[in-house]
Design a binder for this molecule. Structure first.
Ligand code: ATP
Ligand code: MG
Length: 407
């Protein structure tokens, strides 16, 4: 028997109410902020991710599904920011009046070790806002994330916030970080040895306990916890915190928060659930002011976030599927199919028994799947009437067919 692939899952009909709920809320909430939905292809040129996500990241180095077709290297998207930026550039969206606010939802692919909350095909819903360098955009993007989660009914969440500074002030920080870490270089894990030269900021992101123990040493902590960002970056960060404070959005500063992707500058944030195990991040985001230009577009500041929908779904638990409005109970299949089609044309959900089972069996089924049983016996049919039974209260009445009003 052929089975579903490791790290992938079917989303079965029983789970669909939760997925529809997450998708509908995304549309509703992000639309309120003026965002428009965008859908980009599932596969793109491999180079887009190498340049867009960064070739020192785990995503690009270890996790991409890459394949060749007609001498082209293609990759299943591991995230959607690079694709959205490509589309922004390709479709000349910098000519639209700023801000350009886009949102997306869909599957992403990463070759990871599958575990709870970590799949190889998973889904993200996310937002990207282009064209605004001011901290107002940072505040609005964080509000979009927080309010979306609130509307889903998720409250036990923590917003973690950090500023990575700009390429200028970060350079100095990197140099100082390398200075204090250099003596321990031989003891670091293989990944950190590579990161040390290629992207020292990502050292802080290492999950190995041995490395974390080293980074906890006082002289290294002194550098990490010190304030390295320049005056302009610091003003931007203070302004953002001011908006969040004024709006009652609680956050904690996490100076170890550097995020997995290479392109971030200034604001980075993560939203974590207190009800998930070790894969507890539901949302990650940040500012990426250089990415559009790096990918060949006009210089355009931008900020966005992505949320893992499987992780959201596991927090939301189960949601009852809606019952049908009506189930038609009749041994006259022709009358039943005609009535069913009339109701569907009026947007009323309904079914009837396709196999023409005994009347009592049909009534039993109706009480399981529908709010109302619409009974069409021979008496009703000859009088052009319907007996409507409320399956909740068991009340029933016989009315003229034209009087039927279930909405
Ligand atoms: P992590 O540290 O958990 O690997 P990440 O930094 O790789 O996360 P992002 O690239 O920022 O994650 O993606 C944003 C969100 O997408 C994450 O917070 C998480 O909820 C979700 N996510 C990322 N990778 C996976 C995965 N393999 N399976 C399920 N959800 C994922
Ligand atoms: Mg990851």
């Amino acid at each position: 028997m052929i089975k579903v692939q490791k790290g992938t899952k079917d989303i079965l009909p029983a789970e669909m109410p939760i997925w529809h709920f997450m998708e509908e809320k995304a549309n509703e909430i992000f639309t309120k902020y003026g965002a428009k939905e965008i859908r980009t292809p599932i596969f793109e040129a491999t180079e887009l991710f190498a340049r867009g996500v960064g070739d020192t990241t785990d995503i690009v180095n270890k996790e991409m599904y890459t394949f060749e077709k007609s001498d082209r290297s293609l990759t299943l998207r591991p995230e959607n920011t690079a694709g959205v930026v490509r589309s922004f550039i390709e479709n000349g969206m910098h000519r639209l009046s700023a801000p350009v606010k886009l949102w997306y939802k869909g599957p992403m692919f990463r070759y990871e070790r599958p575990q709870a909350g970590r799949q190889r095909q998973f889904h993200q819903v996310g937002v990207e806002v282009f064209g605004i360098k001011q901290a107002t955009a940072d505040a609005e993007v964080i509000l979009m994330a927080v309010n979306y989660l609130k509307e889903l009914g998720l409250n036990d969440l923590t917003v973690e916030l950090n500023s990575l500074g700009c390429p200028k002030c970060r350079e100095e920080f990197k140099t100082r970080l390398k200075e204090v870490i250099r003596p321990y270089l031989p003891q670091l894990c293989e990944d950190c040895q590579t990161r040390f030269d290629k992207n020292p900021l990502r050292l802080l992101d290492c999950k190995s306990p041995e490395c974390q123990e080293i980074y906890a040493k006082p002289e290294i902590q002194a550098v990490i916890q010190g304030d390295f960002i320049c005056e302009e970056c610091s003003e931007h960060f203070e302004e953002l915190k001011g908006y969040l404070d004024a709006l009652g959005i609680k956050y904690t500063r996490n100076k170890l928060l550097v995020r997995g992707l290479d392109y971030y500058n200034r604001t980075v944030f993560e939203i974590k659930s207190n009800n998930l195990g070790s894969q507890n991040a539901v949302c990650g985001g940040g500012r990426y002011d250089t990415l559009v230009k790096n990918l060949g577009g006009e210089d355009t500041p931008a900020i966005g976030f992505a949320m893992g929908m499987e992780r959201l779904a596991s927090l939301l638990g189960e949601k009852q599927d809606k019952k049908l409005k009506a189930y038609i109970v009749s041994n006259n299949t022709l009358e039943a199919i005609k009535l069913a089609e009339e109701l569907r044309a009026k947007n009323i959900t309904c079914e009837f028994d396709l196999t023409n089972k005994k009347f009592v069996k049909q009534l039993e089924k109706a009480s399981k799947v529908a709010e109302y049983a619409l009974i069409l016996g021979e008496d009703e049919i000859s009088a052009n009437k319907i007996t409507v039974k409320d399956l909740d209260t068991s009340e029933q009445k016989t009315i003229k067919k034209e009087e039927l009003d279930l909405v």
